[in-house]
Design a protein around this ligand. Structure first.
Ligand SMILES: *Cc1c(COP(=O)(O)O)cnc(C)c1O
Length: 389
């Protein structure tokens, strides 16, 4: 531990292996994993299809670089285009990199339209990553503090306030795009309303702005549709995703449609690892498994069971007054309490359940999409017990 830079306050537990929705620690204790590596392990741990894909691909080819054609990358791009309705993919290795690609795409799009200082609208409480441009786009001073000077070319607006965007449109001719999460994850599971998303689409059409959705956390079945925008529905110009896509093997992608898919040309962006054979073979198995096993529908159904059980149990234990509201969709749930709950993550750990708290008072649940009814009920009960204790 002594040789790690202290960027994380870690919980006192080390996991040695997992299976499905469960993780096992070095003492052999079993935990229900309701955070899934921060929304990453959408197929749970040690999923047989993922394990056999990684094993087989590692035995053939891990990396060749983008100097050559990569078959698994092309197959994955076709599959992602099919599930997203987008036209083209650009691969990287993380969510922040996918968003960097989107930011670069928007700037390039601006310059191609003769806008010298292209500006991107981003929202309050947003989270887009930890690189310099993505932490600038993030609406949280704690994440930015100490890393100034920030990157120019961003303007901030409140979530779900279309008039604020119209105001910006009037006074700022340099705007080229808006970048936003359909449901803010780190910001406390805050949903963009369907009307707002449709109004953003309309404004983007009027102003020739790119509508860019950060689906790094909401994508890959998490919210009950493959991408959250499909549940509205609304069609963005650019979508980024990562987290669940590789089930733990690092991969990120920036997808684009129409004119936005033709902005980059040869040499304008790159990544040594991005879209390598191992990551793409794994992600292809993940996407195929999500669609074939109907895990989007399962996310919807199991999310409802967790909500219902939680409300039932809170009401039975007289704890409803501690609840402000339950937000989110599918298996991306935010349970806001009426006060901060600093010890709750440790208390859950003692009860052998892994959860997370964002924004001080909001329990965040991101269990694997393969969670079953019994496990979903058990999770709802434990969370209710934690709130009531
Ligand atoms: C996690 C997250 C990111 C950053 O992803 P990394 O893989 O950690 O770089 C960006 N946007 C959203 C919405 C996220 O939840």
């Amino acid at each position: 531990m002594a040789t790690l830079m202290p960027t994380y306050a870690r919980l006192p537990v080390t996991f040695t292996h997992g299976e499905g929705v469960y993780l096992y620690d070095s003492k052999g204790e079993r935990y229900l994993d309701a955070i899934a590596g921060i929304g990453v392990n959408c197929l749970g741990h040690a999923h047989p299809a993922v394990t056999s894909t990684i094993t087989a691909q590692a035995g053939k080819l891990i990396h060749t670089s983008n100097l050559y054609h990569i078959e698994t990358q092309e197959l994955l791009a076709d599959k992602l285009a099919e599930v997203s309705g987008m036209d083209a993919c650009l691969f990287g290795n993380s969510g922040a990199e996918a968003n960097e690609a989107a930011i670069k795409l928007a700037r390039l799009y601006g310059h191609q339209r003769d806008i010298k200082k292209p500006t991107i609208i981003v929202l309050e409480k947003a989270f887009h990553g930890r690189t310099l441009a993505t932490l600038t786009a993030t609406g949280n001073r704690k994440i930015q503090a100490g890393f100034e000077p920030l990157v120019p070319g961003f303007i901030r607006a409140p979530l779900n306030d279309i008039d604020a965007l119209k105001q910006i449109a009037k006074s700022n001719p340099d705007v080229v795009a808006i970048l936003m999460e359909p449901i803010q994850g780190e910001g406390g599971i805050r949903e963009a309303d369907a009307e707002y998303l449709r109004a953003v689409r309309e404004l983007c059409d009027q102003k020739s702005w790119l509508m860019m959705l950060d689906e790094v956390q909401t994508g890959n079945g998490r919210t009950g549709t493959y991408f959250a925008y499909q549940g509205v529905p609304v069609t963005p110009d650019v979508v980024t995703t990562a987290k669940g896509l590789g089930n733990g093997v690092p991969i990120g992608v920036c997808l684009a449609r129409g004119g936005a898919a033709q902005v980059f040309s040869s040499g304008q962006h790159g990544s040594t690892y991005g879209g390598n054979p191992l990551a793409c073979a794994t992600a292809l198995t993940v996407v195929n498994t999500i669609t074939e096993q109907k895990l989007c529908a399962n996310a919807q159904a199991m999310g409802q069971i967790i909500r219902d059980t939680l409300l039932e149990q809170l009401s039975a234990q007289g704890g409803l007054d501690k609840l402000v509201e339950i937000r989110g969709r599918g298996l991306m749930l935010g349970i806001e309490l009426n006060e901060d709950c600093p010890g709750l993550v440790e208390q859950a750990l003692a009860k052998k359940v892994l959860i997370n708290v964002t924004a001080g008072n909001t329990i965040r649940l991101l269990p694997p999409l393969i969670i079953n009814e019994t496990q979903a009920r058990s999770l709802g009960c434990t969370v209710a017990d934690l709130i009531c204790q």
